[in-house]
Design a protein around this ligand. Structure first.
Ligand SMILES: C[C@@]1(CC(=O)O)c2cc3[nH]c(cc4nc(cc5[nH]c(cc(n2)[C@H]1CCC(=O)O)[C@@](C)(CC(=O)O)[C@@H]5CCC(=O)O)C(CC(=O)O)=C4CCC(=O)O)c(CCC(=O)O)c3CC(=O)O
Ligand SMILES: NC(=O)C1=CN([C@@H]2O[C@H](COP(=O)(O)OP(=O)(O)OC[C@H]3O[C@@H](n4cnc5c(N)ncnc54)[C@H](O)[C@@H]3O)[C@@H](O)[C@H]2O)C=CC1
Length: 188
């Protein structure tokens, strides 16, 4: 069963902790910053890859901490991504984040995840998140590439025009919905 519910987070308003600065830590940090360049991120790991260090230099809201995870790292966080090579450590941390109601992604263990990262298609203001329910991240990536090609760049102009039209609609809610539905009926 596919019961995942997608949402779009404003990471510049949330505190994110990433534990682990290896290949996977780098992949997750890159994904976060590509979408949310002002994301507030603290990344903790005794060994942090050069790619992570280089990436972090371009983003002043990213802070690197060269040491092992400690429980205080969870203080004040909204989201946690666990990306070390230590599965038992992930299990131990997940128990505590669950008690603290902290949303947690455990990169190597889908069963322990409260949320998955998605493949992301972006055309200006349009953003589409893709998940395969954890079955095949590679297929999610391929579908992203397909949609990136397939969606016309004019979609930005369309959104801009619709925003202007929408802001000018003074009618009551039902009339507004009808006017917008009528206007966009033949878009695709
Ligand atoms: C469950 C989930 C949890 C999470 O990480 O959030 C998860 C889990 C795992 N990924 C693994 C491996 C790979 N992950 C990728 C790539 C991506 N993985 C992403 C998301 C997710 N990965 C979540 C589910 C999303 C969904 O529902 O579809 C993407 C979409 C988003 C992102 O990470 O930014 C990003 C593509 C971004 C893009 O390009 O569009 C590639 C391919 C590549 O890099 O080319 C490989 C290698 C090939 C392979 O193994 O399939 C492994 C095995 C580890 C091992 O074997 O050691 C696990 C663990 C397991 O499945 O048990
Ligand atoms: N979800 C996904 O997309 C994928 C998940 N994985 C899985 O993710 C895991 C991590 O893989 P890699 O990043 O390649 O490993 P890696 O060996 O490159 O990096 C491990 C990182 O964890 C850090 N670390 C170790 N102990 C720590 C501690 N106590 N506190 C804080 N940091 C600590 C290390 O310093 C290092 O930065 C593996 O189990 C792998 O199977 C692998 C590929 C993709």
């Amino acid at each position: 069963m596919n019961t995942l519910y997608p949402i779009f987070l404003k990471l510049d308003q949330l505190e994110l902790l990433i534990v682990g600065g290896g290949a996977v830590g780098h992949e997750k940090l890159s994904a976060v910053l590509k979408n949310s360049p002002e994301a507030k991120v603290n990344l903790v790991a005794p060994e942090i890859r050069k790619e992570v260090e280089e990436l972090a230099t371009d983003y002043p809201t990213v802070k690197l901490h060269y040491r092992e995870f400690q429980w205080e790292d969870l203080n004040g966080k909204h989201l946690v991504i666990l990306a070390t090579d230590k599965r038992e450590l992930h299990e131990e941390i997940k128990k505590v984040t669950a008690e603290k109601h902290l949303l947690t992604n455990v990169a190597d263990t889908p069963d322990l995840c409260d949320f998955y990262l998605s493949s992301v298609v972006q055309k200006g203001d349009l953003k589409i998140g893709i998940s395969t329910n954890g079955k095949s991240p590679t297929l999610a990536k391929r579908i992203r590439e397909y949609l990136e090609e397939a969606l016309p760049d004019e979609v930005q102009e369309l959104m801009d025009n619709l925003q202007v039209f929408r802001s000018k609609l003074k009618d009551d809610f039902a009339h507004k919905v009808k006017a917008l539905n009528d206007l966009t009926k033949k878009v695709f």
